[in-house]
Design a protein around this ligand. Structure first.
Ligand code: HEM
Ligand code: HEM
Length: 124
């Protein structure tokens, strides 16, 4: 598995989704999903692209198991959080029902970010 490529490809896919949602908001005048759009672009496209470039540019950073764990934690956390936020903010699922899942997904992203920190402290 090529961590750098995987992050960059996934980030680019999020960019398409973010642009589609942004264009929908611009066209419809309904900006109620702006935080979902913002985080699809930031947690999805921007952060994954930064990770992907980092794993490519910093020698040794992509080696070992930790980068793979980081990749999957970020994928699961970001997808779950963004889908959950979309369902909640569009009124499809009640906040009280889906709310308790968010901290688990946030911890997944946080632990992934911690692994990234450990990696850059060692290798950058
Ligand atoms: C064609 C592409 C895009 C369109 C049409 C678009 C459209 C929009 C619209 C209509 C809003 C709501 C503004 C408001 O309610 O004040 C918004 C908010 C936002 N967009 Fe985009 N956007 C696009 C691409 C991007 C990209 C690429 C990023 C980041 C990499 C981004 C980041 C944000 C952020 C952070 C907000 C929230 C701003 C705030 O709440 O103050 N957008 N966008
Ligand atoms: C687990 C990760 C994250 C969580 C739980 C989170 C949560 C939040 C929350 C609750 C808000 C306030 C939304 C509102 O007032 O409607 C917010 C706003 C914002 N966050 Fe995040 N965030 C995360 C990651 C990030 C990342 C990685 C970035 C940038 C790379 C980012 C950039 C922003 C920006 C620019 C805003 C203001 C835009 C807006 O109000 O829509 N966030 N975030």
């Amino acid at each position: 598995m090529n961590i750098s490529r995987s992050f960059i490809v996934m980030g680019s896919a999020y960019l398409l989704v973010g642009i589609v949602l942004g264009s929908y908001m611009g066209g419809s005048g309904d900006h109620s999903l702006a935080p979902v759009h913002a985080h699809i672009n930031l947690l999805g496209f921007t952060l994954m692209t930064v990770f992907g470039i980092g794993y490519r540019m910093i020698p040794g950073l992509a080696e070992g198991t930790l980068p793979k764990v980081h990749f999957w934690l970020h994928q699961i956390g970001a997808l779950g959080l963004l889908v959950g936020l979309f369902l909640m903010m569009s009124g499809r699922v009640d906040g009280a029902t889906i709310g308790p899942v968010f901290p688990l997904l946030e911890v997944a992203i946080l632990v992934g970010a911690l692994l990234w920190l450990i990696g850059v402290v060692r290798r950058a």
